[in-house]
Ligand binder design. Structure first.
Ligand SMILES: Nc1ncnc2c1ncn2[C@@H]1O[C@H](COP(=O)(O)OP(=O)(O)OP(=O)(O)O)[C@@H](O)[C@H]1O
Ligand SMILES: [Mg+2]
Length: 260
C-alpha cells in the first residue's frame, strides 16, 4: 500500500469513513500525461493529458468514437498497449499488472453493466471484494441511502431490475470496493429522466463525501450541472478544456464539437 493511501486512511477516522482528504493534499486523484493507447494495430489515443483533482468531478465529453471509453480502459489496463503516464493517487500504473490498478482506489463502471442476473440486488452488492485501497467500502445501508430505488429492490434478482436500477447497482457495486476515484462510462445513457435525476443526486452526494469522479458523457445537460471541469475529446486527443465557470463563453464552440 502506498504511503498516500496509508495517511489518507489515518485521516479518514471511524466517524468519517466515507470522507476523503481534501484538495490540500496536493496529490491528484488522476493525472494522465501524453497517453497513447492501441487496440492491436489500431492507434486510438494520441497523447491525452487530463487531471482529476481530489474531490473534483470532471466530465469527458466527445462524439461517438472520440476515444472516451478507451481512455477509461487504458487507465484500467484494458487496451492492448499504452504509453505515456497515468498516475492514480500519485502512483504510476503504466507497467503495473491489471489486477493491481483497482487496489490503488479506482473503480471502473463500464458501459456494459455486468450485473449478475440470478443474484439479488443485495447479493450483487455483497459480491465485490473490499480491496486494500486504504478505505472501507461504502456500507450497504449507506448505499441504500444513496440509491433508495435499490433498497426497494433489495431482494429482486438482477434480471428483474429496470435498466435504471441496473445502472444504479453497477455504480453502487464499485463503491463497495473502497474505490475513491470513480470512472463512470455513460451512466445516464438511455435512461428515463427521473432515473437520470436520481443518478445526478447520487453523484452530488458522492461529491460531497469527497469522491473524485471522472464522468464520460454524451448527455451534456446531465453533466453540465455536476462537473467542475470539462474536457472535450476528438480523434483520440483532448481538444478543449473548460472550467464550469467559463461554460457560458464556450457554448457555441461546444455545440460545434459535440454536434448538439
Ligand atoms: N476493441 C476495439 N478494437 C479496435 N478498435 C476499437 C475497439 N474499441 C474501440 N475501438 C475504436 O477506437 C475508437 C475510440 O473508441 P471509444 O470506444 O473509445 O469511443 P467513445 O468516445 O467511447 O465513443 P462511443 O462510446 O460513443 O463509441 C473508435 O474509432 C473505435 O472504433
Ligand atoms: Mg464509449
Amino acid at each position: 500500500m502506498s504511503a498516500i493511501a496509508t495517511s489518507q486512511h489515518a485521516m479518514a477516522g471511524a466517524a468519517e469513513q466515507s470522507k476523503v482528504a481534501g484538495p490540500e493534499r496536493g496529490v491528484e486523484a488522476l493525472n494522465i500525461a501524453n497517453l497513447h493507447a492501441w487496440y492491436g494495430e489500431s492507434h486510438v489515443l494520441h497523447g491525452v493529458d487530463l487531471v482529476v483533482r481530489p474531490g473534483e468531478t470532471v466530465c469527458l465529453l466527445g462524439r461517438n468514437g472520440a476515444g472516451r471509453t478507451t481512455t477509461l480502459r487504458a487507465i484500467m489496463g484494458l487496451t492492448s498497449a499504452r504509453s505515456g503516464s497515468i498516475r492514480v493517487f500519485g502512483q504510476e500504473v503504466i507497467g503495473l499488472p491489471r489486477h493491481r490498478v483497482a487496489s490503488l482506489g479506482v473503480g471502473y463502471c463500464p458501459e456494459e453493466r455486468g450485473i449478475f442476473a440470478s443474484l439479488s440486488t443485495r447479493e450483487n452488492l455483497l459480491l465485490p471484494p473490499e480491496l486494500p485501497t486504504g478505505f472501507s467500502g461504502v456500507a450497504i445501508e449507506e448505499i441504500y441511502a444513496l440509491f433508495p430505488n435499490l433498497k426497494e429492490r433489495e431482494n429482486s434478482p438482477g434480471s428483474r431490475l429496470s435498466g435504471g436500477e441496473q445502472q444504479m447497482l453497477a455504480v453502487a457495486r464499485i463503491l463497495r470496493t473502497g474505490a475513491r476515484l470513480l470512472l463512470l462510462d455513460e451512466i445516464s445513457e438511455g435512461l428515463a429522466p427521473v432515473i437520470v435525476q436520481a443518478l445526478g443526486r447520487a453523484i452530488e452526494e458522492l461529491k460531497a463525501k469527497g469522491f473524485s469522479i471522472l464522468l464520460v458523457e454524451q448527455n451534456f445537460r446531465f453533466s453540465a450541472n455536476l462537473a467542475d471541469r470539462f474536457y472535450v475529446m476528438e480523434g483520440g486527443r483532448i481538444v478543449l478544456e473548460i472550467a464550469r465557470a467559463d461554460l457560458d463563453g464556450h457554448r457555441a464552440e461546444l455545440r460545434g464539437l459535440l454536434g448538439i
